[in-house]
Write a protein that binds this ligand. Sequence first.
Ligand SMILES: Nc1nc2c(c(=O)[nH]1)N[C@H]1C(S)=C(S)[C@@H](COP(=O)(O)OP(=O)(O)OC[C@H]3O[C@@H](n4cnc5c(=O)[nH]c(N)nc54)[C@H](O)[C@@H]3O)O[C@H]1N2
Ligand SMILES: Nc1nc2c(c(=O)[nH]1)N[C@H]1C(S)=C(S)[C@@H](COP(=O)(O)OP(=O)(O)OC[C@H]3O[C@@H](n4cnc5c(=O)[nH]c(N)nc54)[C@H](O)[C@@H]3O)O[C@H]1N2
Ligand SMILES: [Mo]
Length: 754
Amino acid sequence: MDNLVKPRRYHHATGGWGSLDGMARVEVASKAPPEALRTLSEQNKPEGYMCSSCAWAKPPSPHPAEFCENGAKATIWDLTSKRCTPEFFAQHTVTALAEWEEHELEKVGRLTHPMRYDAASDRYVPVAWDEALEAIGRTLRRLEPRSVTFYASGKAALEPSYLYGVFARMYGNNNLPDSSNMCHETTSVGLKKVIGSPVGTCTFEDLQHCEAIFYLGQNPGTNSPRILHPLKDAVERGCRIVAFNPLREKGLIEFVDPQNPWQMTLGKPTPIADQYVQVRPGGDIAALTGVCKRVLELEDERGGVLDHAFLAEHCHGFEAFAAQVRAAAWDEIERHSGVTRAELERAGDSYVAARSVIGIYGMGLTQQVHGSQAIGMLVNLLLLRGNIGRPGAGCQPIRGHSNVQGQRTVGISEKPELVPLDKLREIFGFDPPTEKGHTTVEFLEALLDGSAKGFVGLGGNLARAVPDHARVHPAWRGMELTAHVATRLNRTHLMPGKESYLLPCLVRAEEDIQAGGPQTVTIEDSFSHIYGSIGRRKPASPHLRSELAIVAGIAKATLPPNPLWRWDEWAGDYRQVRELIARTYPDEFHDMDARMNQPGGFYRGNPAHERVWKTESGKAEFTVPSVWTSHGFDEAPGRYTLVTLRSNDQFNTTVYGHSDRLRGLEGDRMIVLVSPEDMAAANLSEGQKVTLVTDCGEGIHRAVAGLAVTPYDLPRGCLAGYFPELNPLVPLEHHDQLSKTPAAKGVPVRIVAD
Ligand SMILES: Nc1nc2c(c(=O)[nH]1)N[C@H]1C(S)=C(S)[C@@H](COP(=O)(O)OP(=O)(O)OC[C@H]3O[C@@H](n4cnc5c(=O)[nH]c(N)nc54)[C@H](O)[C@@H]3O)O[C@H]1N2
Ligand SMILES: Nc1nc2c(c(=O)[nH]1)N[C@H]1C(S)=C(S)[C@@H](COP(=O)(O)OP(=O)(O)OC[C@H]3O[C@@H](n4cnc5c(=O)[nH]c(N)nc54)[C@H](O)[C@@H]3O)O[C@H]1N2
Ligand SMILES: [Mo]
């Protein structure tokens, strides 16, 4: 109790002075040089470099400072003057470093040299690039291709990502999971199933024309703050925002624009959500059933509510869906959603009152056992009034990593059917493997059964980001080879396989000079727009290589020579890689070089946006949910639903500091948020330390101890705490049924007093 820093309440709106203060603190912590701040003025501008934080759009007419608090933090963090050098590694064994906190590890600074794990001294020691690449190639040739996984974490640009996917297939597998497999894979599979598109259907412009936004399970203030500007603009022109979230997230409640000095001075926030529906975790299917029920009731009462022409021409399965919704009882809807009928009716009225509606969602929907069904339910609602494929309407997931969508677009996928293998055969003259590859969960299963022998990571901190640490971590070190393309030291690097390498790379803001001169890369945002990005900062160390050069280097060292496989030429001139991308995906990527630098990038198109449905029936599918709740377990006495969250002061496993400013929580991440009513009922006091124990009855003990009870405005029966600290509680088997995305937003737990 003594060293518990009491959470401090924060009473100001999102943005404003607080966000500037947050950036300044990271700057101090990361010792960024003054050029880092200058770099911010180029961020997300045409001919500038594209932020490596989130995947929000880079608009055609950017603000003078088109970056947010968290994008600025990411850039400042990347451009720190601190270094993680061979001298640092000489001073610390891997065993000793494994005891450090995540935050302390990353704070050491940028990796400067390629390093090899030396088991005898239990240290990483410097190694020459050629030696490292040769050794990796030798081991990969020795291993059976199916035993190796090539992970990517959503940051690497289109050019290195494309070559990475091609390389894995030439090597002999489709084991190409990426962070998307823990994130929006539910979208890639679930949304694809119902509308035939695995990505959002909106363009940036649609946000300027919608009359209502249904905003589910995404936290904009923390995770995609640049969306706050279009949200505020939408509200100011009369658009209604209806938020569904168990937590009252600040960014959905009100906003102060840090780029509007008048508003900063007077501090008068713009209210955001017109209605805030504090749904129970996993309660979206029931809540949306209630909203749809209201829409059908209004149709029955007064007619003219449904878009009958659209339903007849474009949809399949409406009758069965409508029958189920009409039959659903309001008391069941209220019980499973935790929301009153009156509230859901009000949301239904807002839906009907708007001529065009956008549905936006994030991890609150995707990281659930029945996440695909929840997405299907949101699509059902949108279809009722033809709200997909016309201006101001659509279904829009908010993606995470800045190029995670793009990596999938250019072939980083474990699903061979999503990749034009025939084109790869034609361009590169080899037979790409057709056997399905590993998702992240399947890679972990292979790790547990001993069949995973090799791991190559293009960024990320996979061992830390995954569920079930106590089972997964001991197995990790059993691998023959682990090789990480990385910028900073992290937990995963401290679980070396028998052979292990750290391959330090440039960050996006740094200049990338190759044989053919300075290189540009491209990335794709959540709206399927593709932009060029060019870095101009001096690299953190002369020994760094670009991600593309490293991928090409590993490929060249692993594969037999082939006149069609011109790794050195590609690494010398990325335009040649863009030509390969354009040959592989001509419809989307033709004339890529000419189009990538135009303001706002170029749109690669989306059939669903044009009301072309690439589904089984050729139409947009209504789906009838088979469950009331998406968390996938039953209620039981003493069982709570745990939601794992990101704070304002982290980017995934990179923890910048211990402030969750927008939630008013400061100083400690080992906390569990509990509603005051549940605290009273369970006899818990503020600051009391407890253990959370996973309660899914399959005989494996999973627990996290030392969590300080913190009262918070939550629905009854719901707990919340931080990712990745609470990941040991998430069972590996607990994942979305269709996509295998770990269900990190609905973990059944019990509270045990410490
Ligand atoms: N600063 C910062 N920015 C980031 C990241 C970061 O870590 N830090 N990560 C990036 C990545 S990879 C991603 S994927 C995105 C993630 O961005 P988000 O999709 O916003 O993900 P989370 O922070 O996990 O929060 C999910 C939200 O869902 C709510 N929620 C939980 N359960 C439910 C439920 O059952 N129903 C509903 N309706 N809501 C629920 C939570 O209260 C929370 O507000 O952000 C990206 N941007
Ligand atoms: N319980 C729980 N678990 C979750 C989630 C959750 O909400 N709850 N969210 C899930 C989600 S949405 C995601 S996306 C995953 C994230 O999983 P990952 O993407 O694997 O994790 P990150 O923390 O983003 O990876 C950070 C590391 O990437 C490296 N890095 C940073 N920048 C670069 C770069 O430019 N290039 C290269 N090569 N490396 C770089 C650094 O070494 C850094 O330590 O976690 C998932 N896990
Ligand atoms: Mo993500």
